[in-house]
Write a protein that binds this ligand. Sequence first.
Ligand code: SAM
Length: 242
Amino acid sequence: MEFIEFQPVFHTMMSDNALSEYADESKSRKFYTLMTHMLSVNESMNLTAIKEERAVILRHFVDSLTILSFLPKGARVADIGCGAGFPCLPIAICRPDLQILAVDSTEKRIRYVQETAELLGLRNLEARAMRAEEGAHGKYREAFDVCTARAVAALPILSELCMPYVRTGGKFIAMKAKKGEEEYTASLSGIRRLGGEPIAVHRILLRGEGEEDERLIIEVAKKSPTPGNLPRPYAKICKKPL
Ligand code: SAM
């Protein structure tokens, strides 16, 4: 797909999802570069199973941007388990005011995210290869206004990986598919042990190509510091979620 074909498709999908303010010429070009670069690197590296261009726009770009309204101006944001850069790369393109840390345990994906951020001229994104549960005991602990994650783990596990990064007064914003509802109920007591208080489950309709797909955005407030013994090693987190 050439840019001339990409632009109207991108613009329509952004407008259908109330995101047209982020679909100007300069941002559209960045998203086009991101799409072509990712699909080309994907031929030699396992980055994404979504290979069709319109699906990349909807299921990676627009989907990532559904959290924009939950990110306060100037916020420090951690994206845990960013994989090929979702949601961190799209939100970095749209919101130069944010300071974003992208975290993943896979070194080559983090190298790809860092190089892609440079290619796109994004100065607001830094990428670090580390396991989330280990990094949370170091300098990034409670250092973020918002911690988010998409498609990384079930909520009871994800909460233990993400909540320690959030400062008291900040938020954990989990991006989930429909089944997140059951996970939410199962994670409530664990979230409270981590210093959190669930605020709301927001239902988002992802609209595109004549279809609607439901997504959940789970919003949790950090009310008090996470106890120092959390997060535990990954095997323990999975074996016995809080
Ligand atoms: N967030 C991206 C997205 O929505 O497309 C990637 C999702 S991918 C299915 C999950 C990613 O989480 C993988 O890249 C994996 O390496 C990373 N991951 C899983 N557990 C992790 C952990 N404990 N610490 C850091 N990264 C982790």
